[in-house]
Design a protein around this ligand. Structure first.
Ligand SMILES: Nc1nc2c(c(=O)[nH]1)N[C@H]1C(S)=C(S)[C@@H](COP(=O)(O)OP(=O)(O)OC[C@H]3O[C@@H](n4cnc5c(=O)[nH]c(N)nc54)[C@H](O)[C@@H]3O)O[C@H]1N2
Ligand SMILES: Nc1nc2c(c(=O)[nH]1)N[C@H]1C(S)=C(S)[C@@H](COP(=O)(O)OP(=O)(O)OC[C@H]3O[C@@H](n4cnc5c(=O)[nH]c(N)nc54)[C@H](O)[C@@H]3O)O[C@H]1N2
Ligand code: SF4
Ligand SMILES: [Mo]
Length: 701
C-alpha cells in the first residue's frame, strides 16, 4: 500500500474531500510546480470515484490570492490588521489570556471548535481547553448540525452513531424515507445509492416543504408545513398501530416503553395530522401502506427534521416508528441520521462538546474523568465541569447588553458571523470581547472581526483522520507542502499551551495524537483504540467501535453494522419515548404571515468562506425562493429584489419564483451573510439546537 502514501506517491496521494460528511475518496496529484489536481479514487467504496463539483474544484483554494499566509494583529486604535510574526502573535494571545484569567478566572476564556476539524485536532482542542486553559467554556458548531439526532440516539439506543450501517445498505432496502434531507444537492455522490435502490424496485419517500432535486426522484413526496414532522411521525405510528403493523415480538423482546407511546399517539387521527402538517390523509395512508407492507425500511433524518426547537423530539418520534416496525438491527433496515460536516461524527466524540470527554464519555461522570485524566497525566479534580452549549456560549460572550460571560474567544474552524442564528446579535457579542482569536486559512467574516488572525494549513497540506457519516474512520493524507508562513491548528494549540505553562506537553505528531486518542477512548462508547493509520489505509477505513485486541487476540474487525443483537442501553433494549408535538417556537401571525426556512445549494458549502472563493463554483449570491402565488400577491417577478423580514432583522435578495415550494413558505440559503439575520435562536431543550429551519416572516417586493 506504500504507493498510496505520503506526499509524493507515484499515482498521486489517496485522500478525502475537504468538505462534507461523505468524505469522498479522491486522488490528489501535483500539477505543475505548486498546483494540485483532483482525480478519482475509484476503489473507495463510499463514492466509487464520483465527486460533486465542490470536491472536483477543492484544490483551487490552495494557491488562492486571498489565502492567509501570515499572522495578523489588529490595532485597536484604527481597527486595522497588520502582519506579525508567529512568536509575536502567540505571545500576545497567551499574555492576554493570562491577564484575563488572573483577573476574571479560568472560565473567562472560551474555545469554539468545528466539525470540520480532524479527530486529532478536535481531541487536542478539548484537552487544551480543559488542561492548558482550565476552562469549562468550550463548544463547537456541530451543536448546530446533527446534535438533535445525537441526543435522540443516545436516549433511544444508548449511543449516537449517525448511520448504524454502511451507506451502501440503502440500495438493498425496500423503502427509504428521507425526512428533511436534500441528498441530491448536499451529498450528490450518495444519491447514486437512491438511484440503484429504485432500479432494483425499491421505493423512495421524501418529506420536505420543497420539491427538491432529491424529491424529484421520489416515488412518494410529502410536503409538510415546516416544523411539523413530529405530528407526521405521530400520525404514521397511529395508523401503523391501527393497521396491526407493529412488530409485537420485536417490541416485546428488544424494547421498553411501547405501551405509553402507543397511548400517546392514539389521538393522532389522520385528519388531525392533515390539519397540523398540511399533508393530505391519502398521502399519509400511502406512506403507511409502504411502511406496513415492506420488511426492509430505512428512515433517515437530516437537518430539515432536526434543526428545530423540537428537533430531538422529532427524531425520537421517527425512532418510535422505526422501533414499532422492528427495524433497528434488521439487515438493510433501520433508523439513521445523515451527519453533515466532514468530521461531524468524529468531531462530537473526542471532547470539544461542552459536556463531553473523549470516547463519547460524559464530563460529569466520575469514572470517565478518572480514565481520561489518567491518559492525560493530570488529576481528575483539576478537570473543569460542563460548559455552555454553542449558542448559549456565544450569547453570553463579553460584557454589557445583559451578557457577563467569557471575555476571550478562540475560534478554530467556524465562521460564526455567517452561520450563527440571530447573527446580528451574536456579531455584537463577538465585538464586545476583550480578545477574539480566529484560526483560518482565509479572511472569513469572523476572522475580519478578530484581534488576532492565525493562518492555518488546509486540507492536502496536513494529515489527520476524519470519521464519516457512517462511523467509518478514514485518513486524509498530506499531499503537498503548506505555503511558507502557515501552521497547523495543532501547532497553534501546542504553542499556546507551552506559553500558558500547561502542566502537560501538547504533541503535534498526528499519529502520536491518534494513538493517545485511542487510549483515551478505550472502553468508551466510541472506542477507537484498535484503529491505526495503517489499518485505515489497508481497509478503506475502519468503523468504530473498534477496541484494541487483548494480547495475542485477532484484531477487532470494527463495527460496520450495529444493534443486531442488543442496544447500548444498560438493559440492552431500545427505548420508546413519549414525545408531544408542540410546533415551532414562532408561528405565523398577521404581521409575519409566512414560514421562513433555510438550507443549502449544491455549489456552496456552509458559510461559504471556502467555496465562495473558488472561482469555478457559481456564486450568484443569496436568493429568496417564493411560490408564484405569493409572488403574485406581493407583486414580485422572478429576479426582482424582495425584502424578507422577521422579528430579528431583514435582508434583501432577488426573488426566485418556483412552484416547487409551499405557497406559505419561503426559503433562503445560508451560505451568504443575510439568512441568519432572520433566524430564530429558540433552542431545543435537550440538544440546544437552534431553530434554523423555521420562523415567522414577511416578504415584500
Ligand atoms: N452543497 C452542500 N452540501 C453540504 C453542505 C453545504 O453547505 N452545501 N453542508 C453539509 C452539512 S454540514 C450538512 S449539516 C448537510 C445538510 O444536509 P441537508 O439536511 O440535506 O441540507 P439542508 O439544505 O440544510 O436541509 C435539507 C432540506 O430540509 C428541508 N426542510 C426545511 N424545513 C423543513 C422541515 O421543517 N421539515 C422537513 N422535513 N424538511 C425541511 C429543506 O427544504 C431542505 O431541502 O449537508 C452537508 N453537505
Ligand atoms: N440559517 C442556517 N444556518 C445554519 C445552518 C442552516 O441550515 N441554516 N446549518 C448549520 C450547520 S448544519 C452547520 S454545520 C454550520 C456550519 O457553519 P460554520 O461553522 O460557519 O462552517 P464553515 O463555513 O464550514 O466554517 C468553517 C470555517 O473554518 C475554516 N476552516 C476549514 N477547515 C479548517 C481547519 O482545519 N482549521 C481551521 N482553523 N479552520 C478551518 C473555513 O475556512 C471557514 O471559515 O452552520 C449552521 N448554520
Ligand atoms: S459530496 Fe461531500 S465529500 Fe463528496 S465531493 Fe461533494 S462535498 Fe466532497
Ligand atoms: Mo452541518
Amino acid at each position: 500500500m506504500t504507493a498510496d502514501r505520503g506526499i509524493q506517491g507515484e499515482r498521486g496521494t489517496r485522500t478525502h474531500c475537504p468538505y462534507c460528511s461523505l468524505q469522498c475518496g479522491m486522488t490528489v496529484q501535483k500539477s505543475g510546480r505548486t498546483a494540485l489536481e483532483v482525480l478519482p479514487w475509484a476503489e473507495f467504496p463510499v463514492n466509487e470515484g464520483g465527486l460533486c463539483r465542490k470536491g472536483w474544484t477543492a484544490a483551487e483554494l490552495r494557491g488562492h490570492r486571498e489565502r492567509l499566509t501570515t499572522p495578523m494583529i489588529k490595532d485597536r486604535a484604527n481597527g486595522e490588521l497588520r502582519a506579525a510574526g508567529w512568536d509575536e502573535a502567540l505571545d500576545l494571545v497567551a499574555g492576554k489570556i493570562q491577564d484575563l484569567q488572573a483577573s476574571y478566572g479560568a472560565d473567562s476564556v472560551a474555545v469554539f471548535g468545528g466539525g470540520g476539524l480532524t479527530n486529532e485536532k478536535a481531541y487536542q482542542l478539548g484537552k487544551f481547553a480543559r488542561v492548558a486553559l482550565g476552562s469549562s467554556q468550550i463548544d463547537y458548531n456541530g451543536r448546530w448540525c446533527m446534535s438533535s439526532a445525537a441526543s435522540a440516539g443516545n436516549q433511544a439506543f444508548g449511543i449516537d452513531r449517525g448511520l448504524p450501517f454502511p451507506l451502501a445498505d440503502v440500495e438493498q432496502a425496500d423503502v427509504v424515507v428521507l425526512v428533511g434531507s436534500n441528498m441530491a444537492e448536499t451529498m450528490p455522490p450518495a444519491a447514486r445509492h437512491l438511484d440503484r435502490l429504485r432500479a432494483q424496485g425499491g421505493k423512495l419517500v421524501v418529506i420536505d416543504p420543497r420539491l427538491t432535486a432529491t424529491a424529484e426522484r421520489a416515488d412518494l413526496f410529502l410536503q409538510p408545513v415546516p416544523g411539523t414532522d413530529l405530528a407526521l411521525a405521530q400520525g404514521v405510528l397511529h395508523l401503523l398501530d391501527a393497521a396491526g403493523a407493529v412488530d409485537e415480538q420485536y417490541v416485546a423482546t428488544r424494547t421498553t416503553g411501547w405501551d405509553e407511546v402507543r397511548r400517546s399517539v392514539a389521538s393522532w387521527w389522520p385528519e388531525r395530522v392533515e390539519r397540523v402538517t398540511g399533508v393530505m390523509t391519502a398521502e399519509l395512508r400511502e406512506l403507511v401502506d409502504l411502511l406496513a407492507n415492506n420488511a426492509k425500511v430505512m428512515i433517515l433524518t437530516a437537518r430539515g427534521a432536526e434543526q428545530h426547537s423540537q428537533g430531538t423530539a422529532t427524531v425520537l418520534g421517527w425512532i418510535n416508528v422505526a422501533l414499532a416496525l422492528g427495524l433497528p438491527g434488521r439487515e438493510h433496515a433501520g433508523y439513521g441520521c445523515l451527519t453533515g460536516q466532514g468530521n461531524g461524527q468524529g468531531g462530537r466524540e473526542h471532547g470539544q462538546k461542552a459536556d463531553q470527554l473523549p470516547g463519547y464519555r460524559m464530563i460529569d461522570d466520575p469514572a470517565a474523568r478518572e480514565h481520561v485524566a489518567r491518559v492525560w497525566g493530570v488529576a481528575a479534580e483539576s478537570l473543569p465541569g460542563k460548559g455552555r452549549s454553542a449558542y448559549e456560549l456565544l450569547d453570553s460572550l463579553g460584557q454589557g447588553g445583559g451578557a457577563d460571560g467569557p471575555r476571550a474567544l478562540l475560534v478554530f474552524g467556524s465562521n460564526i458571523v455567517v452561520s450563527a442564528p440571530r447573527a446580528t446579535h451574536i456579531t455584537q457579542r463577538l465585538e464586545s470581547l476583550d480578545l477574539l482569536v480566529v484560526c483560518d486559512m482565509v479572511m472569513s467574516e469572523t476572522a475580519a472581526l478578530a484581534d488576532v488572525v492565525l493562518p492555518i494549513t488546509q486540507w492536502a497540506e496536513e494529515s489527520g483522520t476524519m470519521t464519516n457519516l457512517e462511523g467509518r474512520v478514514i485518513l486524509r493524507e498530506q499531499a503537498a507542502e503548506p505555503p511558507k508562513g502557515v501552521r497547523s491548528d495543532l501547532d497553534v494549540i501546542a504553542g499556546l499551551a507551552e506559553r500558558l505553562g500547561s502542566p502537560i506537553p501538547f504533541s503535534t505528531d498526528v499519529e502520536e495524537i491518534f494513538a493517545e486518542l485511542g487510549r483515551a477512548s478505550a472502553g468508551g462508547k466510541a472506542d477507537y483504540s484498535g484503529i491505526t493509520y495503517d489499518r485505515i489505509r489497508d481497509e478503506h477505513g475502519v468503523f468504530w467501535p473498534c477496541p484494541a485486541a487483548p494480547d495475542g487476540a485477532e484484531d477487532h474487525p470494527g463495527t460496520p453494522r450495529m444493534f443486531a443483537d442488543s442496544f447500548a442501553t444498560p438493559d440492552g433494549r431500545a427505548r420508546f419515548l413519549v414525545v408531544e408535538h408542540a410546533g415551532p417556537a414562532e408561528e405565523p401571525d398577521a404581521e409575519f404571515p409566512l414560514h421562513l426556512t433555510t438550507g443549502r445549494v449544491l455549489a456552496q458549502y456552509q458559510s461559504g468562506a471556502q467555496t465562495r472563493r473558488v472561482r469555478s463554483l457559481p456564486d450568484a449570491g443569496p436568493f429568496v425562493e417564493v411560490h408564484p402565488m405569493l409572488a403574485n400577491r406581493i407583486g414580485a417577478h422572478d429576479g426582482d429584489p424582495v425584502v424578507v423580514r422577521t422579528r430579528r432583522g431583514e435582508m434583501k435578495a432577488p426573488a426566485r419564483v418556483v412552484s416547487t415550494i409551499r405557497p406559505d413558505t419561503v426559503f433562503v440559503p445560508f451560505h451568504w451573510v443575510g439568512a441568519n439575520r432572520l433566524t430564530n435562536d429558540a433552542l431545543d431543550p435537550s440538544s440546544r439546537m437552534p431553530e434554523f429551519k423555521v420562523c415567522a416572516a414577511e416578504v415584500t417586493a
